[in-house]
Write a protein that binds this ligand. Structure first.
Ligand SMILES: NC(=O)c1ccc[n+]([C@@H]2O[C@H](COP(=O)([O-])OP(=O)(O)OC[C@H]3O[C@@H](n4cnc5c(N)ncnc54)[C@H](O)[C@@H]3O)[C@@H](O)[C@H]2O)c1
Length: 344
């Protein structure tokens, strides 16, 4: 018997088996050594049943109602991957059942609902981890380590470039909460993580440059956000919903002793030289392939924290702060002025 086999495995149920839920369920079943996937729930029962068959989840533990999964005595922890508007209620339901939860970002778009859910978690004394997977990306972790260890000195500037490959369907945009709460929210969390300090003020500008339909929805597809950190450091996030050359995800922390650069990893390292010059691989297509390892690592971290009774590395408070920064950016763009975080 190996050490891993001797250790207890945490029994988890996944709620919502869309794009991200399928990925987490497969990782829990196949790549997270200390996890056992025992239940699935989705309002589209057939989707959950198909995945259950693929991953050997018993048919009696496949539900069309997420509350039944939460109440199933065999489920020790839940992973919430249903649409954003369901998150707060499901986090509360898991807390009522005294079960630890992993919840995808964002916790909700409304701070009062987030606060109610976080109070329920606090009262129950269970763990909650929020799905900011980029903290688990090997490149960004190494940048954080260079800041934490003091190798870059006193951090003075942060840059995050975060550009999607293509505008999502307009149907998706209608309920996404807008660019700052849907997309930039990852960058807000990454900014706090990389710098190891809080943001005090946000100044945001956004435009709909890619499609007039985006403007009709009251949203933007191109944005710049200036961050002022406690202690005086500055940061810039730039976002686009369409980079024609692929999924562009780069970071930089500049400090008194040097700079830590987190460049785009490439699917392979070949460079091809021809009469026209040298070329490299195209960037990864999108988040599922670019951040594949980070999704495995965030689940490993959650499972380990639950089994060992520790606080998860991305807390409910982290989930709330990222929403506060998104709301501050919305107000800033609307009113054309910097917004202090304490105003939100
Ligand atoms: N961390 C990340 O990188 C990341 C990436 C993508 C999505 N997300 C987040 O994950 C969530 C889901 O996004 P997605 O792209 O997978 O969506 P999706 O539409 O592909 O999947 C959602 C699934 O949930 C099911 N569902 C709907 N209501 C439900 C309910 N009440 N109970 C159970 N199941 C229900 C749907 O039938 C669908 O199968 C969103 O909150 C999104 O913001 C996070």
């Amino acid at each position: 018997m190996t050490g891993t086999e001797r250790r207890k495995r945490l029994k988890l149920g996944v709620i919502g088996v869309g794009r991200i839920g399928r990925l987490h369920a497969r990782n829990l079943a196949q790549r997270v050594e200390e996890a056992a996937l025992v239940a699935l729930a989705d309002v589209q029962l057939d989707a959950a049943q198909r995945l259950a068959q693929e991953l050997d989840v018993p048919p009696e533990r496949v539900y069309d109602d997420p509350l039944k999964l939460i109440d199933d005595g065999a489920v020790e922890a839940v992973v919430i991957c249903s649409p954003t508007e369901t998150h707060a209620a499901l986090v509360e339901a898991a807390a009522r059942a005294r079960k630890p939860a992993f919840c995808e970002k964002p916790l909700d778009l409304d701070l009062q609902r987030i606060d109610r859910a976080l109070e329920a978690v606090e009262r129950a004394g269970v763990q909650l981890q929020v799905g900011f997977n980029r903290r688990f990306d090997p490149t960004f972790r190494a940048v954080r380590e260079a800041v934490r260890s003091g190798e870059v000195g006193e951090p003075q500037l942060l840059r995050i470039t975060s550009r999607d490959p293509e505008l999502p369907p307009l149907e998706y945009l209608k309920t996404s909460g807008g660019l700052f709460l849907d997309m930039t929210i990852h960058d807000f969390d990454l900014a706090r993580y990389l710098m190891g300090r809080e943001v005090e003020r946000v100044y945001a500008q956004g435009r709909a440059l890619l499609s007039p339909r985006v403007a009709e929805l009251g949203d933007v597809d191109t944005a710049v956000v200036v961050l002022e950190f406690e202690g005086g450091a500055l940061g810039v996030i730039d976002n686009s919903r369409r980079a024609v050359y692929g999924y562009d995800q780069r970071v930089e922390v500049f400090g008194s002793k040097g700079v830590a650069l987190g460049e785009n990893p490439l699917p392979h390292q070949r460079r091809l030289g021809t009469a026209g010059g040298f070329s490299t691989a195209r960037l990864y297509e999108f988040f599922l392939d670019r951040y594949a390892e980070s999704y495995v690592e965030e689940m490993r971290a959650f499972v380990r924290c639950v089994l060992e009774g520790e606080e998860p590395p991305v807390t409910g408070r982290d989930g709330r702060v990222a929403v506060v920064l998104g709301l501050a950016a919305q107000t800033s763009m609307r009113e054309g002025r910097p917004v202090a975080v304490r105003e939100v």
